[in-house]
Design a protein around this ligand. Sequence first.
Ligand SMILES: [Zn+2]
Ligand SMILES: [Zn+2]
Length: 204
Amino acid sequence: MDNMIPQDRFEVENEWHENGATIKQIWSGGDRNFAYILEYKGHVSAIDFGHGQELLKAQYPQVTEYLATHKHYDHLHDQCRDETSQNSALDFVETIFTPGHTEESVCFLVHSKYLISGDTLFIDKIGGTSDEESARAQFESLKKLAQLDPEVLVLSGHNYGSKIIDTLGQQLLVNPFLLRLNSFEDFYWLKNNWAAYKIENGIK
Ligand SMILES: [Zn+2]
Ligand SMILES: [Zn+2]
């Protein structure tokens, strides 16, 4: 699988059905980006479509809402450069404020079961931060996420892990950053030594 942005058609990587809603995980190319489509009774939300905006319009002309987990170009659609971009009109989409990777980062929790986690939490990894203060904010955000139901599925913004999706409960057992949520010092140490840690532990 190469990292080209799809030209003809977005492929649906995974699809879930929950209480009348459909959640589609879309391979959107770039830096192994995932975007998401959420459909419910004719309401269609496009989430994290920074890439492929023309194609999105062609393939999903019925989109009524654009959301972004944060304001990085690979996630932010042109249509959501306003204040409402991080709140869904659907009441079963809960916005969880998770600053750290960027100061405005959020996650979207759909039906209390699917966590669209942007660049806050990846499978086996987490998003980068720029300094100690933002790392501390991310540490607090991840502690907040760790309180969610362990059965929650983590649907992240990039395909960076050893698998495409996982449960939060399983990630709490294997993600080396989530294993360090008891101590900011340990957590921050891993952030600062991540490159060496990856080599030592054979992580790609
Ligand atoms: Zn980002
Ligand atoms: Zn990203």
